[in-house]
Ligand binder design. Structure first.
Ligand SMILES: Nc1nc2c(ncn2[C@@H]2O[C@H](COP(=O)(O)OP(=O)(O)O)[C@@H](O)[C@H]2O)c(=O)[nH]1
Ligand SMILES: [Mg+2]
Length: 387
């Protein structure tokens, strides 16, 4: 007997799902949905709006629209935020054979969506990208600086991931249900650009790009801010080396490098004020400890950070834990010098020995901070886990 289960019939209920992540898009969303209704005429589609509890109540407007139109579904997330995870949530709940993603702000030209859909439905590719770099595409009136940033990001993606895609930064794309199913387990939903995740983590997808002209935003404002550049670099490092280095360690390293600058500045300023050398060293080290505690708490261990009154308790733990790194650094440097005394005769070699000590101390500190300082759940000492 041929049993059709509920999930089978739901899974392939539609030809196309359009996932639209929204945050404060109450003015744009109704206009976009009207336009989609026109261009998608003839395709059996559904729309999945994923709103992160927007203060402007985009979710409410979306719910009203969904009451009038059974093709529209709304997911209101009250416990999560973030563009990539919203997109993945929407995709996971969708039931089209082709899944597409587009912004709500009308910067993505909806008129190419049917072509993108057909490219996949007809089996020409696994991923179809709405591309500003393909024939017919363009950036609209972007400023020189914004073009430069976009060009640099693209070049970095090419260097790090050797992807031949012309517009890897696009937020406008579609993929097949089959490709989604076989890739989603490997995708990092907190990754920066979700398209890059799908392209890179999958098994050589066939990619096609369809050109469109990027439009200016008329209503609302962009949610991108300055932290995006850092997030992007982290995402590239994770995509390239994630199997080797946990992302959290990369963050820890970044904070550490900034900490050594603070350390030096603290020492230099204190010495300049005529303080004795040991005291100046102490001031340098303490400034670096306060600074890196602040940075690691906010950035590296953000989801489990110390807040409010417990911030100081964390600092005390951090100070104690840092002694561990200090001991490692001292041991490594003295060991090198003991077994290889010529190091003492060359300044360059001395610096190198010192840096080897710093590297071991960083590993040790990372280990102790992950397992002790920020291990608020009381796990037994274990190897660091991937963030
Ligand atoms: N659900 C959700 N949507 C978001 C979030 N951040 C941005 N968006 C939506 O994602 C789309 C792209 O964001 P936008 O600010 O336009 O980025 P830009 O086009 O790169 O400037 C828009 O539809 C936003 O409303 C978020 O944290 N959660
Ligand atoms: Mg936008």
């Amino acid at each position: 007997m041929n049993v059709i289960t509920a999930s089978d019939s739901i899974k392939y209920a539609r030809e196309l799902s359009v996932v639209i992540p929204t945050y404060n898009e109450s003015e744009n969303l109704p206009i976009l949905l009207g336009k989609l209704k026109e261009v998608l005429n003839g395709i059996d589609y559904e729309i999945v709006v994923v709103d992160d509890d927007s203060p402007d109540q985009t979710w409410k407007i979306a719910q009203q629209l969904s009451n009038e139109n059974e093709r529209i579904r709304v997911i209101r997330r009250q416990d999560a935020r973030g563009l990539s995870s919203a997109v993945v949530t929407g995709m996971a709940s969708s039931n089209g054979k082709v899944i597409s993603v587009m912004d709500a702000d009308m910067q993505h030209d909806e008129t190419i969506l049917p072509d993108m859909y057909r490219a996949i439905a007809e089996g020409r590719c696994d991923i179809c990208i709405g591309s500003r770099e393909a024939p017919g595409g363009g950036y609209g009136d972007w400023s020189k600086s914004r073009r430069f940033v976009s060009y640099t990001a693209k070049a970095l993606a090419y260097l790090a991931l050797s992807t031949p895609i012309k517009d890897p930064m696009s937020g406008y794309f579609a993929l097949s249900r089959e490709y989604f199913d076989r890739t989603i387990d490997r995708v990092n939903p907190s990754g920066f650009k979700i398209l890059l995740e799908f392209v890179t983590r999958g098994d050589n997808p066939r990619v096609e790009e369809i050109g469109y002209r990027f439009r200016n935003r008329i209503y609302g404002e962009t949610k991108l801010n300055a932290t995006v550049a850092v997030e992007y670099l982290l995402a590239l490092i994770d995509l390239r080396f994630g199997w080797l280095i946990p992302n959290r360690f990369v963050k820890f390293g970044m904070v550490g490098v900034s900490g050594s600058i603070v350390n030096f500045l603290g020492f230099a300023i204190a010495s300049g004020l005529g303080v004795s050398v040991p005291l100046a060293v102490f001031i340098g080290v303490q400034s670096a400890i306060m600074w890196t505690y602040f940075g690691n708490n906010l950035f590296t261990f953000s989801p489990i950070r110390y807040r409010g009154m417990s911030y100081l308790r964390g600092l005390v733990l951090y100070e104690f834990a840092s002694i561990y790194g200090l001991v490692i650094q001292l041991s490594v440097v003295t060991t090198i010098i003991t077994y290889w005394p010529t190091v003492n005769d060359y300044l360059g070699l001395k610096y190198m020995a010192y840096m080897v000590g710093v590297a071991f101390a960083a590993l040790g500190n990372y280990f102790i901070h992950t397992n002790y300082t920020w291990n608020r759940l009381g796990y037994k000492l274990a190897m660091p886990v991937r963030s």
